[in-house]
Design a protein around this ligand. Structure first.
Ligand code: NDP
Length: 419
């Protein structure tokens, strides 16, 4: 018997909402609120009648704390699920505090305008002090810890697949498989093919910013930064096959480094095809990934937003994408005094996802954990006042829920390691 307010109605939201509806004993009431209310209405139309969950919709600008607070107060949900964009994380957290409601999201805060001088001053200080230069980091949201503690509210950050499930895999490995963990390699493989020369699997602006940033990893508690795409490895993924993968900066390395300080090295790799990389490099070289507005024929245009308008909508890739994703973590360490290796991962099929919820696997692998994170909070298993990432909670009920709701784990106790 719970009421959830979902903010955003894009690719990830669709999956999270369908999954909530499939679990209507817990998710009895759902409000879908987003910038473009017609998308919320269309989804409501599609789902009501098929499921018992009572769905309502609303228009909201999640950049506006007052408007959002009024909406949250009037609907009075048990939890707010933020599946809008990372740009809205802070305003939605503010509104949750003002309205006294728990909060979940799937990606950490980054600003829409990276030229904003106030933000840039903090960013440049962080680059110097921490040693990584991605536009996103957890500091902005961790700064809310005391406010959430004082209000007796829980904020769960980054509860998608990666970040999200990958951290639950780390907590699980630490709890059940190892006495000490030496290294963690997070491997994100998308073996899907959508048939386009170039398209992104989730919001192009967020996706392209992430992959065009310098890579970095954590070694002995310190960041090591490398030029974008300069560390490449090949890996033979279960049910996908051999793929080239590249070391990227990724947000969960930051929280894992803090929560598992004894781990000597934490890296993140993602697979990319040559066509994707060639297009991205070219777009970057000509300035199309820039977030700085330019004036064109008297009109202000943000190049990356214009590019987004040209690219296929990630939501439209569902029917075209064939193949599988394989995302997981490889650990080395010791158990009972013996060296040990362990790999835990999930394989997800794009076409199966499309058949079930009308979306490709990238949205599916994010939307299912978002629902499961909300489920953990609503069932009282993951509530503690403050601001937390996934590895700070008991992984067992969460991984059981993922097994049940479409993202079952696989394990390998003698995996090939990444050199
Ligand atoms: P989409 O672009 O498909 O959807 C974003 C939604 O947010 C749209 O409905 C959009 O509205 C809405 N929105 C944007 N700005 C506002 C605003 N100011 N007020 C209200 N609503 C707004 O994105 P995705 O579904 O692909 O991604 C959603 C989130 O999931 C992102 O934060 C992304 O980073 C994260 N993600 C996390 C992953 C993980 O594994 N952890 C993996 C993939 C994504 P409109 O329709 O008007 O544009």
């Amino acid at each position: 018997m719970a009421k959830v307010l979902v903010i955003g109605c894009g690719g990830v939201a669709r999956v999270a909402i369908v999954k909530c509806c499939q679990n209507s004993e817990v998710f009895t009431d759902l409000m879908i609120a987003s910038r473009t209310v017609s998308k919320c209405d269309a989804l409501k139309e599609e789902l009501q009648g098929k499921f018992k969950t009572n769905i309502t919709t609303a228009q909201v600008d999640a950049d506006n704390v007052e408007e959002l607070t009024a909406l949250i107060k009037s609907y009075a949900p048990d939890v707010v699920l933020n599946v809008a964009l990372p740009y809205q994380d802070l305003t939605i957290m503010e509104a949750c505090l003002a309205a006294g409601v728990d909060y979940v999201d799937t990606a950490n805060y980054e600003p829409e305008d990276t030229d904003d001088p106030a933000w840039r001053a903090v960013y440049e200080k962080r680059c110097r002090e921490e040693g990584f230069s991605a536009y996103f980091d957890y500091s902005w949201q961790w700064a809310y810890k005391k406010k959430f503690e004082d209000a007796g509210l829980t904020a769960l950050l980054g509860c998608g697949f990666d970040p999200g499930v990958t951290q639950a895999y780390c907590a699980y490995a630490a709890k059940h498989e190892f006495d000490t963990i030496d290294t963690i390699d997070i491997l994100d493989c998308n073996g899907g093919d959508h048939g386009y020369a170039f398209a992104t699997n989730f919001n192009p602006e967020i996706n392209l910013r992430e992959v065009s940033a310098p890579g970095s990893y954590m070694e002995n508690g310190r960041w090591v930064e490398i030029p974008a795409m300069s560390i490449k490895r090949e890996y033979d993924f279960d049910q996908v096959g051999k793929k080239d993968m590249y070391l990227l900066h990724h947000e969960e390395i930051e929280s894992l480094g803090k929560n598992f300080p004894d781990v000597k090295r934490i890296r993140f790799f993602m697979t990319f095809g040559q066509s994707y990389l060639d297009h991205m490099r070219c777009l970057e070289d000509v300035g199309m990934l820039s977030t700085t507005p330019i004036n064109y024929n008297g009109q202000e245009i943000v190049p990356i937003q214009f590019l987004k308008a040209l690219l296929p909508d990630p939501a439209s890739l569902g029917p075209r994408t064939k193949g599988k994703t394989n995302i997981g973590c490889i650990f080395t360490g010791t158990k009972d005094g013996q060296p040990k290796t362990y790999y835990i991962y999930n394989v997800c099929d794009h076409q199966e996802c499309y058949k079930e919820v009308g979306s490709q696997a990238i949205s599916y692998t994010t939307g299912v954990p978002a629902m499961c994170g909300a489920l953990m909070m609503l069932t009282g298993q993951w509530t503690k006042p403050g601001v937390y990432t996934v590895e700070e909670f008991n992984p067992d009920p969460f991984l059981d829920a993922l097994d049940k709701y479409g993202l079952p784990r696989s394990e390998n106790r003698a995996p090939a390691l990444v050199d």
